[in-house]
Design a protein around this ligand. Structure first.
Ligand code: ZN
Length: 441
């Protein structure tokens, strides 16, 4: 039974209301957290010195598109649909199957080094015929990160080449899920990519698959007023009303963005128990708007936090994202306590874990939970003095302060260096291939 003890750090367990544990220790046994305490630590096979570090649960980046990483910094300062159609889609059309392994690997390294131990990859591609979803799942798994790969698509309309036959969707999602069932570090989900591009039948197919296979779904929802107009033109209903009517709301259906909601939309989401993922950095960068986080919280909607893709953020820093989540609400409400540090920390950890159905074993440092643990170096000038460790984590720290990362008890980042991937090699390969793809656009 392999054991590891992390000793000497300041532990923020992520449990609601629990104060930091100064000079604490955390014992990991066979990939799980066995005990958390203070004082003299127990012995273990490996001892990790966490002095000067904050010890926190790994972040759950609950919405990203690593499949778009070749488009990072391309077409900036445009709103969502122009940015997507003019800058990003042409690059995605130019990818080859091997590019999906490179993009997932680079994205996984970027996320792990920022302390994001779990990613929800909302994958889409015009190359599903070449089984690029299988390539992507394998690359994520090889990187050592924990992931849910949501294989997303549409059966009626989206950009040319990005539409799949309704029957193919069911068959291919099932094949992918057969290969990566619900019991491992790499999992599979599904979902229509955008809400105006699928038939009601395809929505129902995916809901049925989700129920049969215990698989989560992920839906872009009410991201911009233009999104809502497109859904209304097509169905005569709001985005959320349409989802309710086709049975696509519920605890297994993650709704991403939810920026432009009516009071009735919020009531429908709350009643169904769908979790909502908030992406403040992307919403600001793409000028999408400000999600009604306080109203969703008041209605009892479970909330997680996502960076959104490296092409629309333009990074994968959940610490920065927590800060923006809190600051955005403070700025628009002119209330400093409207969203506080502890709330965004819990959204970024246990909130995301709950949204993917793993709230009973992921997202907190508590006995029996998966040992996804991050050490954040708190000794830098921008972290000193450390009066309030939680406030310092949310408002002072940066993703680059992450020193050590464990996923399921395995060390995947040590001293800021990725242990599972040759980072310099993948950076070189992606830069070379992205330049070639763009030149051919
Ligand atoms: Zn997205």
């Amino acid at each position: 039974m392999a054991t590891t003890v992390l000793r000497g750090g300041t532990i923020l367990t992520g449990e609601a209301g629990r104060p930091p544990i100064e000079a604490g220790w955390l014992l990991v046994e066979d990939g799980l957290i066995a005990a958390v305490g203070e004082g003299d630590p127990p012995g273990a096979d490996e001892v990790i010195d966490a002095s000067g570090m904050l010890v926190i649960p790994g972040f759950v980046n609950a919405h990203t598109h690593l499949c778009m990483i070749y488009g990072r910094s391309l077409g900036t300062d445009r709103d969502l649909l122009h940015w997507l159609g003019e800058a990003q889609i042409p690059v995605m059309r130019g990818l080859e199957p091997s590019d999906y392994a490179l993009s997932m690997t680079l994205g996984a390294v970027e996320n792990l080094k920022a302390g994001n131990t779990t990613v929800c990859e909302v994958f889409f591609s015009p190359h599903y015929d070449a089984e690029v979803d299988q390539v992507a799942a394998q690359a994520l798994d090889d990187s050592g990160i924990r992931s849910v790969l949501f294989r997303c698509t549409n059966d009626e309309s989206f950009f040319d080449g990005f539409v799949e036959d309704r029957g193919d969707i069911v068959r291919r999602v099932s094949e992918l899920h057969d290969r990566w069932p619900n019991d491992g570090r790499t999992r599979i989900g599904g979902g229509p990519l955008i809400p105006w591009g699928s038939s009601e039948g395809s929505f129902r197919d995916l809901v049925e698959l989700s129920a049969d296979r215990g698989m989560p779904l992920h839906l872009h929802t009410a991201e911009t007023p233009e999104y809502n107009d497109l859904v209304r033109e097509r169905t005569g209903r709001s985005n959320v009303e349409m989802l309710a009517d086709v049975g696509s709301l519920g605890p297994a259906v993650m709704l991403n963005h939810c920026v432009h909601l009516s009071e009735r939309d919020i009531a429908l989401i709350a009643e169904a128990g769908s979790p909502v993922i908030h992406d403040p950095t992307s919403n600001m960068l793409l000028a999408s708007g400000v999600a009604p986080v306080p109203a969703l919280r008041a209605a009892g909607v479970p909330l997680g936090l996502g960076c959104d893709g490296p092409a629309c953020n333009n990074g994968q820093d959940m610490i920065e994202n927590m800060k923006y989540a809190a600051l955005l609400q403070k700025a628009v409400s002119r209330r400093a306590d409207v969203v506080v540090a502890e709330e965004v920390f819990r959204m970024a950890t246990h909130g995301g874990a709950t949204a993917i159905g793993l709230g009973d074993r992921l997202g907190m440092l508590a006995p029996g939970f998966l040992a996804d643990v991050v050490l954040v170096d708190a000794r830098g000038p921008h972290m000193t003095p450390l009066h309030d460790p939680l406030a310092a984590l949310v408002y002072s720290a940066r993703g680059s302060d992450v020193d050590t990362v464990l996923v399921g008890g395995s060390v995947v980042v040590r001293g800021g260096v990725a242990q599972t991937v040759d980072e310099q090699q993948v950076v070189r390969d992606v830069a070379r291939r992205a330049a070639a793809v763009r030149a051919a656009c």
